[in-house]
Design a protein around this ligand. Structure first.
Ligand code: NOJ
Ligand code: CA
Length: 678
């Protein structure tokens, strides 16, 4: 009797509901599957599987709009599947030749309750999935204020995860490691690993005229999108037609594969700058570290860092050591009043800007200018045209911008909100007009815009090397998480390459910003060889050798930095585990550069050089931890070994705790190309 009642009930339910619809699309290699479903109520979900394993359980999609009924139940108008494959060339990057190959499912939808229309575009790649919402031109919607994007990420397992907490104005945090169920509110890239070794990372691509996405924990292993708000509490103010950034899930079988993914770049639009000869990766040094250490100051005075004399010394050093650029900070008046016109354009009495710029030009060394806005966006935007035009005439081809404002911009908006996204983009476009490359500190997060605007070279957007100068610093474990989290979004100006690990050379000469003696236990938490490895492992097309030049002068280990060419043609991740170790090999023309780095554990790593072309020998110079290197008590000990290698060589490296190795390979057959010209 009871069974009959249940069957009857089920039959009745089915009779009164709409047939669920199901659409699916798979990756070119047929391993990754996206399944999109509309249930009987019209609720839209997507699900992701890899082979027979479910990665994401059905996860909801939709929006809450201001003064509008919620957009969360739909009818399908039409759907379409297409395949795409195209090779493209990056102006610069970890690799120049990239293949963009995916299958796409497009679904045109209509709101169940009204005439409002929305389209969904899902893409399945071999290295992950992506989807975005598109609001087409329509009469039922014009101006749109998004109050909430209801995208869910309903993870199939309680994965292990690596994350930093969400903060709408700062990414400068230490990473934490926990099961997904224990996170509260986090930034992306949010990286995970399943029990059977599937590596995943949630992020976004092509963030344009929209708010950044953070992730909030709902329950169990379910996360949902939380957009960074305007100060009035709304999230995005826009009008149709518009589309959201891509919501991305990178998927890989190993940490090495995850760190090699091109998904984020593939989802961005093609390069919009037609003439790109002026956009060049380079190494740079700077009048910078001494200020952070507290040996020098930004402000004028006895300990002022940026004097004409020191600037000339840095330019000479750069020229002599195959370094292409020099950064000057604190060369300007008004350092105490960030954001004023003086702070961008008027030099201090002891810094002759024209003379320095002219000298740099004659020596063929580029100047990296510095614009610290202090978060005063209105003032910066009112001066920036004049600044870039004057810099351009002076031959300053790169600008490092700064947005130190931990509580938000002076107008009350957040760095990571739609206002901030639009400001940072405005500066990128304007810089392109003046042929200026950019390095943004306290930036908007990277979502692969460098493909579209290749003058957007690098950015901070994580806790950088500066923290070692004036805080308890960054551990070797922390920097071993970056390649699998922050660096998945794009390059980072970490500022590696510190040789004076414990600042012993400046004992008694370091003061904090109030003028009190600086704490003597502050130091770098790695070996010297690991500092060399970081130059390669922490990818940046503008790579800073951050130490003061007196620490590099006549130092044999500086030969690695001197030889390094950061304009890479190709990169390979040879081995890796999140938070533990990584080895990378990068090729620039005919040269290869290889580095291995480890966390606070000493380890042996074997590197097979089978990626080298057959029948070609290379002269390898290996800079590595010595037998007596100890990051705490003897961090600057290292050894240099020379060896001829080829594709059959296996290098056995012994890395000290918090240690590393850096290797340069020069072909022996004389086909050197322009190895020292970038
Ligand atoms: C913080 C930046 O990260 C650092 O590089 C810069 O020197 C200071 N702000 C001053 O602008
Ligand atoms: Ca910073």
């Amino acid at each position: 009797m009871r069974t009959i009642a249940i069957i009857l009930l089920c039959w009745l339910c089915q009779a009164c509901s709409q047939e669920p619809t199901r659409h699916s699309v798979h990756s070119p290699n047929n391993q990754i599957h996206i399944t999109v479903q509309l249930n009987d109520k019209g609720q839209l979900t997507y699900q992701v599987d890899k082979n027979d394993t479910q990665l994401l359980m059905p996860s909801k999609l939709g929006f809450t709009l201001q003064k509008q009924p919620t957009l969360e139940t739909f009818e399908v108008i039409s759907s379409q599947i297409k395949s795409f494959k195209k090779d493209w060339q990056a102006v610069w990057g970890e690799r120049k030749n990239i293949t963009n190959e995916y299958n796409e499912l497009f679904i045109a939808l209509k709101d169940k309750q009204s005439e409002r229309k929305i389209n969904m575009r899902f893409r399945a790649y071999d290295d992950g999935i992506a989807f975005r919402y598109e609001f087409p031109q329509q009469t039922a919607l014009s101006n749109v204020v998004i109050m909430d994007e209801k995208t869910q990420f309903n993870l199939a397992q309680d994965y292990q995860s690596w994350w930093i907490e969400a903060d709408y104005d700062s990414y400068e945090k230490l990473y934490k490691h926990s099961p997904v169920s224990q996170v509260e509110h986090v930034q992306t890239p949010f990286t995970m690993r399943s029990k059977n070794g599937v590596h995943l990372s949630i992020h976004e691509a092509a963030l344009t005229d929209y708010a950044s996405m953070t992730l909030k924990h709902e329950h169990n292993s379910q996360l949902s999108a939380e957009l960074v708000p305007w100060q009035d509490g709304t999230k995005v103010k826009t009008k149709v037609p518009f589309r959201t950034p891509w919501r991305t899930l990178q998927i890989a079988d190993s940490a090495a594969q995850l760190a090699s993914s091109d998904l984020i770049l593939n989802l961005n639009e093609a390069n919009k700058i037609s003439e790109t000869a002026w956009i060049k990766p380079m190494k740079y040094i700077g009048i910078w570290w001494g200020i952070h250490l507290g040996v020098h100051t930004w402000q004028e005075g006895e300990r002022h860092a940026a004097t004409t004399e020191r600037a000339m010394q840095y330019i000479d050093f750069a020229k002599q050591h195959n370094i292409q650029g020099v950064l000057f900070e604190g060369w300007n008046k008004g350092w105490e009043q960030w954001g004023t016109r003086e702070a961008y354009l008027v030099a201090t009495d002891d810094f002759d800007l024209e003379k320095v710029a002219d000298y740099a030009k004659r020596q063929g060394v580029a100047i990296v200018g510095h614009n610290e806005t202090g978060g005063n966006i209105a003032a910066y935007e009112s001066h920036v045209n004049e600044i870039f035009s004057i810099y351009n005439k002076l031959g300053i081809n790169t600008v490092k911008t700064g947005y130190v404002a931990e509580k938000g911009f002076s107008n009350g908006e957040h760095h990571q909100g739609q206002f901030g996204v639009n400001h940072y983009r405005k500066i990128v476009k304007l810089a392109a007009k003046y042929h200026i490359m950019l390095d943004a500190h306290e930036p908007i997060k990277d979502t692969g815009i460098r493909r579209t605007w290749p003058n957007m070279m690098t950015r901070e957007g994580a806790r950088g090397g500066e923290y070692n100068a004036w805080s308890d610093g960054n551990s070797a474990d922390y920097t071993m998480i970056l390649p699998f989290t922050r660096l998945l979004s794009g390059p980072m100006d970490y500022t590696p390459g510190i040789f004076d690990i414990d600042y012993s050379r400046f004992q008694g000469q370091r003061f904090d910003w109030q003028g009190n003696p600086q704490k003597s236990h502050y130091r770098v938490h790695t070996t010297l060889a690991r500092q060399l490895a970081n130059m390669l492992v922490l990818y940046s097309p503008l790579q800073m050798a951050a130490d003061m030049i007196e620490n590099y002068q006549d130092h044999p280990a500086f030969e690695f930095i001197k030889a390094l060419n950061v304009d890479y043609d190709d990169s390979k991740v040879l081995n890796a585990e999140i938070g533990e170790y990584i080895s990378v090999a990068r090729r620039a023309k005919q040269q290869w550069f290889i580095a291995s780095a480890t966390n606070s554990e000493a380890r042996k790593l074997s590197l097979k050089l089978d990626f080298l072309p057959a029948n070609r020998q290379y002269f390898a110079t290996i800079y590595q931890d010595a037998a007596n290197t100890d990051w705490q008590n003897n961090p600057e000990a290292y050894e240099i070994k020379e060896q001829v290698v080829d594709a059959s060589t296996v290098l056995n490296l012994q890395l000290a705790a918090a240690g590393g190795a850096a290797i340069s390979l020069i072909p022996l057959d004389g086909h050197l190309g322009n190895i020292n010209k970038q």
